[in-house]
Design a binder for this molecule. Structure first.
Ligand code: AHQ
Length: 254
């Protein structure tokens, strides 16, 4: 947090929103792993690894949102926020986003069991996502609302996948992409609510600088998830790091 922030440096709502949106330059849509995925360069292993690791993020989101609800003392905000949990866990006849993500996984050739038992989740992915859930459990709920605003940039990434994956990965059955179709409108609705709360609550120069730092923290979480997958599954111009099993096997043969 920069010190000596003068109140005269407090932005109006329009400038504050503009400053938040400018942080989109660090959004994981620009990460080499996502560029590889969305330009058709990913192998089936790199796609399956991404889906299996992102499942841990998807199943953690409603847990994170329940922590926000538990801390939020505003009934009107809770009445809207609870929709995020229902969107992922499902309700009534709607099986929800976690189920849709499993459908994406089975459409890529993963088994339901190997998705849900988290066997493929990498340490760096788990640590980053657990840091997000723990943030929501320990920080003021308004800060967790601010952290969710990486979704300012999410409609673009979902639309990019919908525009490119069918052409690049025709072997993925179209129904597997339903999660992305659902999220375009859900993300827009979530952001409208979260941005309004954020612009209201972070209303001093120092709080606005805190908001930018919170958003950067969440951007770093998303970036780290892709870093961990790039290390494990490689990039078009970079081989995967050896796994522990490969290291042990090499040691045995040397
Ligand atoms: O599918 C995503 C989702 O449900 C959420 C909730 C929100 C939050 O509360 O932090 N963030 C988020 C995101 C989802 N998908 C990611 C993607 O790349 O598919 C993007 C991610 C986000 O931008 O934070």
């Amino acid at each position: 947090m920069p010190k000596n922030v003068n109140q005269s440096d407090c932005w109006d709502r329009e400038e504050f929103e503009s400053q938040l949106r400018a942080q989109g330059a660090a959004y994981h849509i620009h990460h080499p792993y996502n560029v590889m995925l969305n330009t058709g360069q990913a192998t089936k292993t790199q796609i399956r690894g991404w889906v299996a690791n992102r499942f841990y993020y998807q199943q953690s989101i409603p847990i994170k949102d329940a922590a926000v609800l538990a801390a939020c003392d505003d009934r009107e905000i809770r009445r809207e926020w609870i929709q995020r949990i229902l969107d992922h866990d499902g309700y009534g006849d709607d099986p929800g986003g976690i189920e849709a993500w499993i459908k994406l996984g089975t459409a890529t050739g993963l088994s339901r069991e190997e998705i849900t038992d988290l066997r493929h989740v990498l340490p760096g992915v788990r640590f980053a996502i657990d840091a997000y859930v723990n943030f929501a459990r320990t920080r003021p709920w308004q800060e967790s609302v601010c952290a969710s605003l990486t979704e300012l940039f999410a409609p673009a990434i979902h639309k990019q996948r919908l525009a490119t994956w069918p052409e690049h990965y025709p072997w993925i059955e179209s129904g597997g992409l339903q999660y992305f179709r659902n999220r375009v409108s859900q993300a827009r609705r979530d952001v409208e609510h979260g941005l309004s709360i954020t612009l209201d609550y972070f209303n001093t120069a120092e709080l606005q600088q805190r908001a930018l730092a919170i958003l950067q923290f969440k951007l770093d979480i998303l970036w780290q998830i892709s870093d961990a997958m790039a290390d494990r599954y490689g990039l078009p111009d970079r081989a995967p790091l050896p796994t522990l099993a490969e290291i042990s096997q090499n040691a045995d043969t040397n």
